[in-house]
Design a binder for this molecule. Sequence first.
Ligand SMILES: *[C@@H]1O[C@H](CO)[C@@H](O)[C@H](O)[C@H]1NC(C)=O
Ligand SMILES: *[C@@H]1O[C@H](CO)[C@@H](O)[C@H](O)[C@H]1NC(C)=O
Ligand SMILES: *[C@@H]1O[C@H](CO)[C@@H](O)[C@H](O)[C@H]1NC(C)=O
Ligand SMILES: *[C@@H]1O[C@H](CO)[C@@H](O)[C@H](O)[C@H]1NC(C)=O
Length: 257
Amino acid sequence: MKFHAPLSLLGACVATVQAYAVRAIPPTLYIAGDSTAAKDDGNLALLGWGEKIGQYLSIPIVNNAISGATTRSFTEGGNFTDIASAVKPGDIVIIEFGHNDNSTFSENPTTGDCPGDDLTTTCNYNGTTVYTYKRYLQDAVDLLRSRHARVIVASQTPDNPFAIFTIPVYVQYAADIAIANHLPYIDHFRLLLVTYYALGADKTNDLYPLDQHVHTSPEGADYVAQAVAKSALCDSTSPLKPFVTNTTVLPSYCVTG
Ligand SMILES: *[C@@H]1O[C@H](CO)[C@@H](O)[C@H](O)[C@H]1NC(C)=O
Ligand SMILES: *[C@@H]1O[C@H](CO)[C@@H](O)[C@H](O)[C@H]1NC(C)=O
Ligand SMILES: *[C@@H]1O[C@H](CO)[C@@H](O)[C@H](O)[C@H]1NC(C)=O
Ligand SMILES: *[C@@H]1O[C@H](CO)[C@@H](O)[C@H](O)[C@H]1NC(C)=O
């Protein structure tokens, strides 16, 4: 009895601590993306939304987005594998690519994707097999889900619509992969168009400084982050929804597919 009482007490104590720890640890949000989500890249006039989303969420954030990245470079560079190694069950990963995937394979054979609206088309680059955007995205989803991460697919952000208006094919490709996998989808492209038309041309042009139409200023990055928060508020299936700390974000209404 002298031995058993302390041991069982200790056992109960450890069990309680573990149960508490599993329940109490909030998820971490990982961001896989390109410059439109990334750190400032040395140019303080420009910033990606991953550096602003922390203002709207109550959980830790790891911004792994890299300037110039594509679904292919993120795959070949081991960046998805790195995130998969880092995530704990229940962690959240947003995957958002498209701006640089749009350098087509023939124009950009080192990081461009093989063209195609399917999972099976391949191209050959210097003896290496290159896959489609959808295939790289699907493989990343499968990898992260095998690690019990909760994946959210996002479309790429729009270019400044008052400077250039195009709807890249990757917006639909991202939506297709989200739907096929029953994943929450951030329609970042349309959410931001709603915000930009509400702000108007002059204000929106200010958010894209240095005479370019892809990268936002820090203030612009804030609006891009607000759209991420809004999409979570509007989507009951989003694992981010419980962690959004501010409901007064733009766009002012829900934009759903
Ligand atoms: C992630 O991508 C960057 C740029 O493509 C590359 O330099 C880096 O090595 C990659 N990270 C890892 C751990 O593979
Ligand atoms: C093509 O592959 C060869 C052999 O692997 C390598 O030495 C060479 O650097 C590659 N060229 C390019 C442009 O990637
Ligand atoms: C790539 O972007 C250019 C504009 O920068 C656009 O004209 C073209 O349609 C886009 N291509 C695809 C495949 O989205
Ligand atoms: C919520 O975010 C908006 C946009 O950044 C900001 O204007 C507002 O002050 C924030 N509200 C609170 C309560 O922090």
